[in-house]
Write a protein that binds this ligand. Structure first.
Ligand SMILES: Cc1ncc(COP(=O)(O)O)c(C=O)c1O
Length: 413
């Protein structure tokens, strides 16, 4: 933007309210959620009814979620963390097995692998923050059982490339490694015109408070088109019970009566009732987020040295976070200085989401000793994420962009 306009905007003196870089509530609630919650509570008070343990609300929520994504099935669970654990359990991993996970990540996907006997193999990422197909291919071995990739910050990973790579590297016993998506941050995003959550063996979503929608703070969902996998997931989610009424909805197929180990990872009735309302409102919550991000890209496009998010017909992100990369020569120190200036002088909070997992988590480092992902390290040192929220006003968005532009100019002097 031109200098005069920038001065005018900065002359407003600050943001209209405090915006944490990663807001604690990713969407917003209306009276409809409260009504749904109260209704579910009231209807549960009869001793003959109670809250569960499997109920219409959960069945309906799962069906609505599957319809929204465009998959045959959706299975709710307590969080994306437990969803990722269930996904890894469904792989039946042993000590000889390897699972590839991208280095720029939240700890959820790598931790899920570390919860098994398998080896965690980290792969490098490109400037989209997503797993770099070339490095995914380089990390494939005859021991690779799965690629558990993350759709970082609301942008799809390169699903078709990963699927092709998996086909080229079949495991001698199990065939092509399974391709599993962690879409905790990417609910509603699209890849090649289809919703994230389709195409992979399974995809895991988070309904945590910070995410695109939330079931009262915690929650998760897994989508798949594989009926056999769905049976296994159901068993894992609820005490090995694959032969239950809800199963009929999955497929009409009867379980064998020996569906293996399971525990209890179920969502509650009240959460599902609220989830149905949030899901109906999901697109309404995503649209302003996307509009704000696109406007931000327009406003920042002329700022020298910045790499801004990918957004085109092939990749339609939902902007859980808005990724900005500073120029490579600013990696580290100057990026840190830019973040400090933004905070101190403009009241603009930023976060780095996320650096390579092994740089911030010593448990993970111990289990991946000797593994390095140089591109991810460089990108992690160039990355910053300013606040993004669907309720942010156009004025606050402009202010934030003006602040970034001016602060970049100051760091560059
Ligand atoms: C990429 C990613 N995966 C997994 C998770 C775990 O989600 P949950 O909080 O629902 O367990 C998160 C949560 O922040 C995440 O960002």
């Amino acid at each position: 933007m031109d200098k005069q306009r920038r001065q005018e905007i900065l002359g407003r003196g600050g943001l209209s309210r405090e915006w944490p870089a990663e807001p604690m509530l990713g969407g917003w609630y209306t009276e409809a959620e409260t009504e749904a919650m109260n209704k579910a509570v009231r209807e549960s008070l009869d001793p003959a009814v109670g809250f569960g343990f499997f109920c219409e609300e959960i069945v309906e929520f799962e069906q609505a979620f599957a319809d929204y994504i465009g998959t045959q099935y959706a299975l709710s669970c307590t969080s994306a963390g437990t969803g990722l654990d269930i996904a890894c359990l469904a792989l039946d991993l042993g000590p000889e097995d390897e699972v590839i996970v991208p280095a720029l990540n939240f700890r959820g996907a790598p931790y899920a692998v570390l919860g098994t006997d398998a080896k965690l193999v980290l792969c490098d990422c490109d400037e989209t923050l997503n797993a770099d197909p070339a490095d995914v291919e380089a990390k494939m071995t005859p021991h690779t059982r799965a690629l558990l990739f993350t759709h970082m910050n609301g942008l799809s990973g390169y699903l078709d490339d990963y699927l092709e790579i998996a086909e080229r590297h079949p495991h001698p016993q199990y065939g092509p490694p399974k391709v599993i998506g962690d879409a905790a941050r990417a609910l509603g995003g699209k890849y090649k015109g289809r919703k994230i959550g389709t195409g992979a063996w399974m995809t895991i979503f988070s309904l945590h408070t910070m995410k695109m929608m939330t079931t009262l703070g915690e929650g998760g969902m897994i989508t798949t088109d594989d009926p056999d996998l769905m049976l296994r997931l159901r068993a894992l989610r609820q005490w090995g019970i694959a032969e239950s009424e809800d199963l009929e909805i999955a497929r009409g197929k009867k379980g064998t009566g020996d569906a293996g180990w399971g525990s209890n990872y179920k969502l509650t009735k009240v959460q599902a009732a609220v989830g149905l309302v949030q899901l109906r409102r999901l697109d309404e919550m995503i649209a302003p987020r996307v509009a704000l991000a696109r406007r931000r890209t327009e406003l920042l496009s002329a700022v020298p040295g910045l790499t801004l998010p990918v957004d085109n017909a092939e990749f339609e992100p939902v902007y859980y976070l808005y990724n900005i990369l500073v120029a490579p020569e600013w990696a580290g120190e100057k990026r840190d200085l830019l973040m400090a200036i933004l905070k101190q002088d403009y009241g603009v909070d930023t976060v780095v989401a996320n650096p390579p997992v092994y740089q911030t988590d010593s448990f993970l480092r111990r289990h991946t000793e000797g593994q390095a992902c140089p591109q991810a390290e460089e990108i992690g040192a160039r990355l910053l994420n300013p606040p993004t929220h669907p309720l942010m006003s156009a004025e606050d968005n402009e202010y934030l962009c003006a602040a970034i532009e001016e602060a970049v100019g100051r760091v560059g002097k």
